[in-house]
Design a protein around this ligand. Sequence first.
Ligand code: URA
Length: 185
Amino acid sequence: MSKKEDLEKIAEEIKNCEECKRSKFGLPVPGEGSPNAKIMFLGEAPGINESKIGKPFVGKSGKFLNKLLESIGIKREEVFITSPVKYYPGKRAPTNEEISHGMVHTWKQIEIINPKIIVLLGNVAIKGTLGKNYKISEIHGKPIKKDGRIYFPTFHPSAARRFPKIRKLVEEDFKKLKKIINNLS
Ligand code: URA
C-alpha cells in the first residue's frame, strides 16, 4: 500500500473509533496534507468549525496558522496538519486520557508520514509527544532531537492570535523554524 492509502486507512479508523466518538460533537478530524510531508504540525483538538466539516484548522486559528506558514514560504499542501485529539471535546481543554488516546492514532500517522520535523503547537501537542514535564515558556523555539526526528515546540495559534506578546514569540519561533527547514538535508 502507498503512504496515501495507509493514511486513508488510519483516517477511516479515526472516523469509526468508538473511543473518540464519546465526545459526540460533530465530525472527527483525522488531519490533512501531503503523505510525503517533511514537516508535520500538531495542534490541540479540533474546534467547532473543524468538526462541522471534518478538516483541521479551518477557523480563526487556522487562518492565523496559514499566515504563519505563508510568512516563511511554506504551502499548506506540502505539510501535514493534524491534532493529537481527533474530535472536538466541547468548550474545554482535552483531558490527559483524551490526549493519550488520540496519540495512538497520531503516532500511526507520524510513523507513516515519517516527517523530519514535528512542530508542536502548544501544550497539548507537547504533552502528547514529549510528555508532561516540559514548560512551553521554557522550550518554545528550541528544537528537541528525539528518535531521529526534530520536535519544534511553539505556542498554539489561538494563543498567538489573542495575545500580542505570544504572537511576537511565535513569529520569532517561525523564523527559527524556517532556518531549521532550510538546513534539512
Ligand atoms: N485547533 C487545533 O488545535 N486543531 C484544529 O484542528 C483546529 C483548531
